[in-house]
Ligand binder design. Structure first.
Ligand code: SAH
Length: 371
């Protein structure tokens, strides 16, 4: 049997993938197919996920032949810092990263008393169409790979020179619309061969894709699930979230109860307050009634106005009034602390302004729809 046939029968990971998207077991299969000792996989994983190198050249303890073979079959694709905005108020950093194919994405670093939290994107753009959100204005460009999600965290950790302790999947994109890659990302970042971030220190936010919420619950991971509710009922929800036409709030709440049962964790509801749309005391009472008895926490977020959209933010007093009404009804809730107010473009706005600039200056935009 030739070496080539060996590789075919082993069903190696598809070539062209960034090695950071692969598990240590998959790296071991590749090493084996190359006729290398399997301990090489551990060395490679360590360079990739502990030492956070950006090229095979840096993997000093690997034979040169192995390095060049890996570089040909599984090239490392960079996620490069294009722009960084730093808040003078609290040190929050907003990053614009360029992907190897010219797409751009954004991520945010926030410093808390409990550690450093990084908010990452899971897709370039988004196709969910929420009307208050800038990420969805240009539609979905493409899904991100696990390696591209990891690298947002790795690049930020290298940039600030401190350990990232928390990760939130709340940047551009709908994580459950890129389910398999996001699950692989979670396995890689929580794994012992990776940054080994505790699942409890990771939050995934979804607009409410019910089948995937259930599928995710079945994995029984201790990752917090946050659900973007933004409304007390389907009629109000449909005004701002097209996905509400696909799944009813009752189906979403049922899926949340399933998550709570499967994981033993409470669920977080995100509720962006939009002036005159969903921020009255009546809305608060209706919301409280709908989620009564659930192990849940409500995160209130005064909507961040996007210039292309005409939603008005709820003032501080009204937000506190809403919070008070929820609390009176026995609901556990807080108003989200605002970070980086001075660099506070809403989700997706940094990317949007970069793409607009690039279009004006005539640089060729990345091809849409490439997977
Ligand atoms: N697709 C996922 C995660 C993306 S955004 C989701 O829908 O949950 C993370 C959160 O920010 C979501 O709750 C989203 O609805 C909210 N969001 C988006 N744009 C916003 C804006 N302009 N102001 C306030 N919250 C916003």
């Amino acid at each position: 049997m030739t070496g080539q046939m060996d590789m075919d029968t082993l069903q190696l990971p598809e070539r062209g993938q960034d090695p950071r998207s692969l598990t240590k077991e998959e790296l071991a299969e590749i090493c084996q197919a190359y006729g290398e000792k399997s301990y090489r996989a551990g060395q490679i994983a360590q360079w990739l996920h502990k030492k956070l190198v950006s090229g095979y050249d840096e993997m000093k303890n690997l034979p040169a032949a192995l390095r060049s073979r890996l570089a040909a079959d599984y090239p490392m694709q960079s996620v490069a810092k294009e722009q960084v905005l730093v808040s003078a108020i609290d040190g929050t950093r907003k990053y614009l990263f360029a992907l190897a194919d010219g797409n751009v994405i954004e991520s945010v670093m926030m410093r808390y008393s409990f550690g450093i939290s990084v908010c990452i994107s899971t897709q370039a753009g988004c196709r969910m169409g929420c009307r208050f959100c800038a990420s969805t204005l240009g539609g979905l460009a493409r899904n991100l790979t696990p390696a591209e999600m990891l690298q947002q965290v790795y690049e930020i950790q290298k940039d600030v020179g401190e350990r990232v302790s928390h990760v939130v999947l709340m940047g551009s994109g709908e994580p459950f619309d890129n389910f398999d890659a996001v699950m692989r990302f979670l396995d890689l970042i929580t794994g012992e061969d990776g940054l080994h971030i505790s699942a409890r220190d990771i939050t995934l936010s979804t607009c409410g894709l019910v089948p995937q919420m259930r599928q995710f619950s079945d994995r029984k991971m201790q990752v917090t699930m946050a659900v973007s509710l933004h409304a007390p009922n389907d009629a109000v929800r449909r005004m701002t979230m097209p996905v509400a036409n696909r799944y009813s709030m009752e189906e979403i709440l049922d899926a949340c109860r399933y998550y709570i049962r499967q994981t033993g964790r409470r669920v977080t509801f995100e509720y962006s307050l939009m002036g005159g749309i969903n921020d009255s005391d009546r809305d608060a009472r209706e919301l409280a009634h709908r989620i009564a008895g659930m192990q849940a926490h409500v995160n209130l977020i005064p909507v961040n106005p996007v210039s292309e959209r005409d939603f008005k933010s709820t003032g501080r007093d009204r937000a506190e009034g809403f919070l008070h009404t929820l609390e009176q009804c026995g609901v556990n809730a807080t108003i989200r602390r605002e970070m980086g107010r001075d660099i506070n473009g809403a989700c997706g706005q940094l990317r949007k302004s970069f793409l607009d600039r690039r279009e004006r200056s005539g640089r060729i935009p990345a091809e849409d729809g490439a997977q």
